[in-house]
Ligand binder design. Structure first.
Ligand code: SF4
Length: 323
């Protein structure tokens, strides 16, 4: 059984202008011990997808349709009380964007890390302290951090604490939404190395949400590229990075600066569409240099171009991609 199976998920925000189709018919699977990177421009629906996976979509959003199977249980159909009791932090935990700035300033690191152990597992303070010391070591900190307050820590140290929090109840899946955005490049690299160590040590599934493809290039086993609420390319890291087939993925990769390459950096002209009224057919067609008539009329299906590598583009359908 897969650790995570998402089937035809739709998550919309109901606004006065109409429904914003932030996640629109998304399907994916993740196995235990695998790392999935989800990338795309801001506003493509990747954070909404992550929130859906822990059953927490901020209002006016909600899951409209589809299934999210975690260990065989459909969390899209669970109520808030069941999600809190059975799923969040125990099965799936999330490192929210900017979470390191949300540490409670008046509590010590020990108090903040002990709470879930005391509340969810019934640990005594002493038992919790032992567990926290082990976890601090796992994220590269020592027990001198127990009595410190968040303002006494650097950005990198705070992010290590946030990672420790996400691991405290030993979940099967950790979702990290832009976990290195606010950090300088050196600390970014340290934190990504820490994630690699955590993956090896705990053999958990991880999902990284990012607008920066270079962040996931080294760590992800699989990569999903999102555009305007849909997955438009999905495959192993090698397939997506070395053999990108969708014009949007190709454009994203060409926009990453490469020190040793003589190729000029380019960019994708235009802006992502309004998800209240997305373009008909292929949602990328107003920005695509290869757009054809069919692209303006019909939505391209996600087709398999090689084992495990899927692309939603009419160019692929013309080359004989399989459903
Ligand atoms: Fe471009 Fe058409 Fe492919 Fe969309 S379906 S990416 S518009 S060629």
């Amino acid at each position: 059984m897969s650790l995570l199976e998402v089937k035809n998920l739709k998550t919309y925000y109901y606004t006065l202008r109409g429904a914003v189709r932030a996640v629109d018919n998304v399907s994916l699977t993740l196995q235990k011990g695998e790392v999935l990177g989800i990338a795309g421009e801001s506003g493509c629906g990747k954070s909404t997808l992550a929130w859906s996976l822990i059953g927490y979509v901020p209002p006016p959003g909600r899951i409209v349709d589809g299934n999210i199977l975690i260990d065989g249980k459909d969390i899209a159909k669970m109520d808030e009380a069941a999600l809190r009791k059975e799923i969040r932090w125990k099965k799936v935990s999330m490192i929210f964007q900017g979470a390191m700035n949300a540490l409670t300033p008046v509590f010590t690191i020990e108090d903040q890390l002990a709470e879930p152990l005391i509340v969810h597992k019934g640990y005594t303070k002493e038992e919790a302290r032992e567990e926290i010391i082990k976890l601090l070591k796992a994220v590269g900190l020592d027990e001198s951090f127990l009595k410190r307050y968040p303002h006494e820590l650097s950005g990198g140290q705070k992010q290590r604490i946030v990672i420790a929090m996400a691991l405290i109840l030993h979940p099967d899946l950790v979702i990290a939404d832009e976990p290195t955005t606010a950090l300088d490049v050196i600390v970014q690299a340290q934190i990504m190395n820490l994630f690699k160590e955590v993956k090896k040590k705990y053999n958990i599934g991880m999902i990284f949400i990012t607008h920066d493809l270079s962040i996931i290039a080294e760590i992800a086993d699989k990569v999903a590229i999102m555009y305007a609420g849909k997955i438009i390319e999905f495959g192993t890291s090698d397939q997506v990075f070395l053999n990108p087939q969708h014009p949007y993925t190709q454009g994203l990769l060409k926009s990453i600066p490469r020190i040793r390459s003589k190729e000029k950096i380019s960019w994708i002209p235009g802006v992502p569409p309004d998800l209240v009224r997305p373009p008909a057919g292929c949602r990328f067609h107003p920005r695509c240099p290869y757009a054809m008539d069919i692209c303006r009329r019909e939505e391209p299906p996600l087709l398999e171009v090689e084992p495990g590598h899927y692309v939603a583009c009419h160019l692929i359908a013309g080359k004989g991609g399989k459903k």
